[in-house]
Design a protein around this ligand. Structure first.
Ligand code: FES
Length: 127
């Protein structure tokens, strides 16, 4: 089983009035779309998709994070719940395949280049 995880905040909502009236939050919509696409993909080692109830960046919806032991952690924000899906899936494959998670900037999908909120180093191994 893969150790790479894609956390998706399922509570994220856009602040526009039309979004507030919709039943499904933007984050839940993003999560559902990612889940559906991951089920279709015939990836032998797909990233583990994990819903999270708030990651503390609520004014920057939608928010996700790629993380894994011994790899960089990428936190992305202000993602479209629909348009970002193909690039998130493409990056999940790159991230899973990359030993240290340092996917070359040049190779990253456009959404990843534009929507990085923070990048964290791997946890020190001597703790
Ligand atoms: S509601 Fe999504 S980060 Fe807080």
């Amino acid at each position: 089983m893969t150790q790479e995880t894609l956390f998706v905040c399922t509570l994220c909502r856009f602040s526009q009035p039309e979004q507030a009236q919709e039943e499904l939050s933007s984050g839940q919509l993003l999560f559902n779309q990612l889940q559906a696409q991951l089920e279709i993909l015939e990836d032998v080692d797909p990233i583990h998709l994990q819903p999270v109830r708030c990651m503390g960046a609520c004014d920057r919806a939608c928010v996700v994070a790629f993380t894994a032991p011994h790899k960089l952690t990428f936190i992305l924000s202000q993602l479209s719940p629909t348009d970002a899906v193909p690039d998130l899936l493409a990056f999940s494959q790159q991230y899973t395949a990359c030993l240290d998670g340092k996917v070359s900037y040049k190779e990253r999908p456009t959404t990843i280049k534009q929507k990085i909120h923070a990048v964290l180093p791997p946890l020190p191994t001597n703790l």
